[in-house]
Ligand binder design. Structure first.
Ligand code: ADQ
Length: 490
């Protein structure tokens, strides 16, 4: 066991705090999204470090000053990587979100393979690596997150900076026939081999990566079985693992049980006249299958008219990447679809689809999860999908049903007790909905109890520990809590 590692350093595109200009004043807000939700509770009180972009591109802004209060409250240090608007365009909107995001989600026709996006991605990765080199020491474990930063280990090494590095990919890794379309496929896969550990959400993602590696770098030898395997590159070795990310189960469960949240959940049910609630919660993204889901609801109401007036579909969509054309079009498409379905079926006293386009405060989101009879989670492709797990954690009475896309990473863990569907098959989704709406209470309890057990056991702390065990033979508890560290330093 390594004895010298002192700090856990997280590196991601965005810091867990976002700077926003409101009424001419800069404010700091806690960030949203899967990664922050997952890692904030992990670094808290451990004196760790988080390195990322703040979301502001104003060169005169005192970013560090603005973040100081947030950092003190959060219990870990934040360091920013300053990016110009051009860099944000090329590296973030361009390479990350118009090439890697669609390609890795099997939607290659949406990719815009502009060479200048690639060059900007490399420049920004170099910039990040410079900050990582400056703000860390060889005693730190540097844990890099996601597809924006796949060149970190490569650049650290090219600068002669020695760090123990782990990389976790939050999105799927595609099979070779899709990955091979990337013009910079060889350089990208080579860069990934420079990490000491590369983690994926599922075994299938890990297999896809190993398959691409074999094709592009035939000298690579993959050996071993189980969750983590070794890759021998001749001159060096590194490891690959599958680590399905999760949520802080107790935090969601306990909140859902709080009397005021339970009251809020009751109010939601009451407002919908105690009809069955089918719930969708997503970032507004084309990978989440929201239009297909609304069409499935339309199919449900057409095929099973007995459900008219007896169910409500509530879709909560958090605004995301609003500057990108594809996302603007998607928003319009969804709004039109909601209007069409409501126009077709509504009658006085009943509107089938309730659509909210906004980020909900945490408590309100939990109340919606607790109120819902069915969690309808149907992404076209998803690395994991934390919403599926959050829904289970909030079904505290065990009386809920999870319908889950077979193309979400979460399906690998939850397939036994979730009702799996193909999100492209609108008749299949409608049939699944009709069937589970007729399940008796015993059936619902049986499946949901097992789903909850699975998420409770394989929670976010289990995920961090399994990654750290694979990376450095350590668990989270081995990183000293902040008071102990201060004491030791005198
Ligand atoms: P995302 O694509 O953002 O994450 P997901 O895993 O579902 O997807 O996480 C979304 C988070 O946003 C959830 O924690 C959810 O509670 C929150 N959220 C969604 N809608 C909201 C709303 N209206 N109001 C408030 N909060 C809302 C990426 C990958 C996923 C992977 C995660 C973590 O795309 O596949 O599971 O990272 O690795």
């Amino acid at each position: 066991m390594e004895s010298e590692l002192r700090r856990l350093v997280v590196v991601s595109n965005r810091l867990p705090a976002a700077l926003k200009k409101e009424g001419g004043e800069w404010t700091v807000k806690a960030g949203a999204g899967g990664l922050v939700t997952a890692l904030a509770p992990v670094l808290r009180n451990r004196g760790g470090v988080w390195i990322g972009w703040s979301g502001a591109s104003d060169p005169d802004l005192d970013v560090d000053g603005l973040l100081a209060d947030f950092s003190a409250e959060a219990g870990y240090d934040l360091y920013t990587v300053g990016l110009t608007p051009e860099e944000v365009d090329g590296y973030y909107y361009g390479f990350s979100n118009e090439i890697i995001w669609p390609l890795f989600h099997d939607l290659q026709t949406r990719c815009r393979f502009h060479p200048q996006f690639w060059r900007m991605y490399l420049d920004v990765n170099f910039k990040f690596a410079e900050v990582v080199a400056r703000k860390t020491t060889s005693d730190d474990y540097v844990w890099i997150h996601d597809y924006h930063l796949m060149h970190q280990a490569f650049f650290l090494k090219s600068m002669g900076v020695k760090r123990k590095t782990g990389f976790f990919l939050h999105i799927p890794f595609p099979p070779p026939d899709i990955f091979m379309k990337l013009p910079w496929r060889w350089k990208l896969i080579q860069a990934l081999t420079e990490f000491d550990l590369v983690g994926f959400q599922t075994l299938q993602d890990r297999r896809n990566f190993a398959e691409c590696l074999r094709r592009l770098m035939p000298e690579a030898r993959v050996s071993g079985r189980g969750g983590v395997v070794s890759v021998d590159m001749g001159s060096r070795k590194f490891r690959l693992g599958a680590f399905p990310i999760s949520i802080d189960f107790n935090q969601f469960n306990d909140l859902a049980e709080q009397p005021d949240v339970a009251r809020e959940a009751f109010k939601i049910k009451e407002a919908l006249r105690h009809r069955k609630i089918i719930l969708g919660v997503d970032r507004l993204d084309y990978t989440k299958g929201i239009p297909e889901r609304i069409r499935s609801i339309q199919t449900l109401l057409r095929r099973y008219p007995d459900l008219k007036g007896r169910v409500n579909f509530v879709q909560i969509a958090v605004p995301s990447r609003e500057e990108v054309g594809d996302y603007k079009e998607l928003r319009t498409e969804i709004e039109q679809l909601v209007g069409r379905v409501n126009g077709e079926f509504s009658f006085p006293g009943w509107v089938p689809v309730h659509y909210h386009y906004r980020s909900l405060p945490h408590r309100e989101l939990v109340a919606y999860y607790a109120a819902a009879d069915v969690g309808l989670v149907t992404p076209l492709r998803d690395g994991m999908n934390l919403v599926a797990k959050e829904y289970c954690a909030c079904s505290t009475d065990g009386d809920g049903v999870l319908i889950l896309s077979e193309f979400a990473g979460a399906a690998a863990q939850l397939q036994k007790d979730a009702y799996l569907v193909n999100p492209y098959d609108m008749e299949g989704v409608a049939k699944a909905l009709h069937r589970v709406l007729h399940w008796d209470k015993g059936q619902r309890l049986e499946h949901m109890t097992r789903l909850r057990d699975q998420v409770r056991k394989n929670n976010i702390y289990w995920w961090v520990d399994s990654f750290l065990q694979a990376g450095i033979a350590r668990s989270l508890g081995d990183f000293p809590e902040v008071d102990a560290l201060r004491y030791e330093r005198g």
